[in-house]
Design a protein around this ligand. Structure first.
Ligand code: ADP
Ligand code: MG
Length: 435
């Protein structure tokens, strides 16, 4: 058994004893890297929160579980960053026959409010009476508003209703990738069979096929075959068919054959209800003042709302106390949210690179020459000041440790106070990036 398999077994062992929420947040995203000569198990966490939580809460437990499973492990070391690259697949396998649906994305766990009730009831109608009421059902909204959640919920429900039903869930991008692989492996017959034998086809993020002529052609044929056969089709997208760039007219018209519904940004009540629900699922008490504070500060994206709550829960567990309004305020203070209209990290990198005559690649590269390090530090500083990114986000963008980011920003702050030239260069970049 490879180390990677063994780590999966350790994960499985832990999964049984903590809440699903905690498992999904803190354990599942962690990947195996290697076991070194000192028998230390090296793992990779996606960010500092996960790493710290694991270190404090779980390092001992991981060692115990690993030993119980027969791994010769004496300690754990957790890094932040990209997991080791996976070996390239030699042969091409299709995605599994039954869809990989996220167990948490069920109708049960979907909080209904005025922003999404129409999309929710249409999804339920399709899930209980496939191909009878709305076909296709087309759901669109901005990111993080629950489209994927609803799509998976429909899939779960169809399965529960009739276990023999072939539900195929895919994203438009996956559809495209599988198609391209099938062409190169001369396997189009199998590809078509997989999609055209479906009883229900659930397609996420369909906007990705805009401008992809070949994929649209194939998708058009799949759509027609299924629709003619009276099979249910559900499509999610970030916009209505009219505004997907490069989408051919005949797909555009087919997408609007059935019912089109949008999800609006959540209203205050829905945001509070979602926070309540998530806190209850995690078995954590969220005081009303803290809840309102979060809900009024975050505007549209439910994923962001969950992210903030998860960070809070982590922090509370970290210091071993309950969530309080003070803690929430502190967190918002320490990690200001991206202000509307704030420049992106990429725009900042471009402007800084142009000003200092380096390439943007140099800003991220592992290169400590002064010619690159000063612009890099300034770019990090600007990401914080005007990009309003958190230290963790900046660390990710520049592929550096977050203490390096902290150090860089402090340094620029100090220099600006005493170095007039630097100050005016920085101000010029800020003016350039101002809307
Ligand atoms: P989208 O596909 O629109 O980008 P997702 O379905 O991925 O959004 O939703 C983002 C996160 O927010 C998911 O974790 C999802 O479970 C959660 N979420 C979205 N809407 C709701 C809701 N109405 N009730 C509960 N959770 C929700
Ligand atoms: Mg989605």
């Amino acid at each position: 058994m490879t180390g990677e398999h063994q780590w999966q077994r350790v994960q499985e062992a832990i999964r049984g004893s903590i809440s699903t929420e905690n498992y999904m947040n803190w354990v599942e995203p962690v990947q195996f890297r290697r076991i070194d000569d000192d028998r230390r198990l090296h793992l990779v966490a996606p960010n500092a929160d996960v790493r710290d939580w694991l270190k404090i809460q779980f390092a001992g437990r991981i060692v115990t579980e690993a030993r119980t499973l027969g791994m010769d492990v004496g300690g754990v070391h957790i890094d932040i960053g990209q997991p080791a690259p996976q070996p390239i697949q030699q042969t091409f396998n299709f995605a599994p026959e039954q869809p990989q649906l996220n167990a948490n994305y069920t109708f049960d766990r979907f909080v209904v409010g005025s922003c999404n009730e129409f999309a929710h009831s249409a999804s339920q109608a399709v899930a209980t009476q496939p191909a009878r009421i709305h076909n296709p059902l087309y759901v669109y909204s901005g990111v993080g508003m629950g489209k994927t959640h609803l799509l998976h919920a429909i899939g779960h429900h169809l399965h529960v209703r009739d276990a023999s039903m072939k539900v195929v869930y895919t994203s438009a991008e996956e559809f495209m990738n599988e198609m391209i692989k099938s062409i190169s492996y001369n396997n189009m017959r199998k590809f078509r069979e997989r999609f055209r034998r479906a009883d229900a086809l659930l397609v996420d993020d369909v906007q990705a096929i805009g401008s992809k002529q070949g994929t649209q052609e194939e998708f058009f044929n799949t759509f027609n075959a299924l629709h003619n056969d009276g099979k249910q089709i559900v499509i999610c997208s970030d916009s209505d068919p009219e505004t997907i760039p490069g989408l051919v007219g005949r797909l555009r018209s087919r997408f609007s054959w059935g019912l089109m519904v949008d999800i609006q940004p959540p209203d205050l009540e829905t945001k509070m209800a979602i926070l309540d629900r998530r806190a209850a699922d995690a078995g954590v008490e969220l005081p009303a003042d803290a809840r309102s504070y979060i809900a009024t500060r975050l505007h549209s994206n439910i994923r962001e709302l969950e992210g903030v709550l998860n960070r809070l829960i982590a922090r509370a567990q970290f210091v071993g106390c309950k969530i309080t309004l003070g803690m929430v305020k502190n967190m918002f203070g320490a990690q200001p949210l991206r202000a509307p209209g704030a420049p992106t990290a990429a725009a900042i990198q471009h402007a800084v690179a142009a000003k200092f005559g380096v390439t943007t690649a140099k800003l991220v590269a592992r290169n400590n020459a002064r010619s690159a390090s000063q612009p890099r530090q300034i770019a990090m500083y600007l990401c914080k000041q005007i990009g309003r990114l958190s230290y963790t986000e900046i660390a990710k963008t520049f592929e550096r440790h977050h203490t390096t980011v902290l150090h860089a920003i402090n340094k620029v702050e100090k220099h600006i106070k005493v170095d007039q030239d630097l100050k005016s260069s920085v101000n010029e970049i800020i003016r350039q990036l101002s809307p």
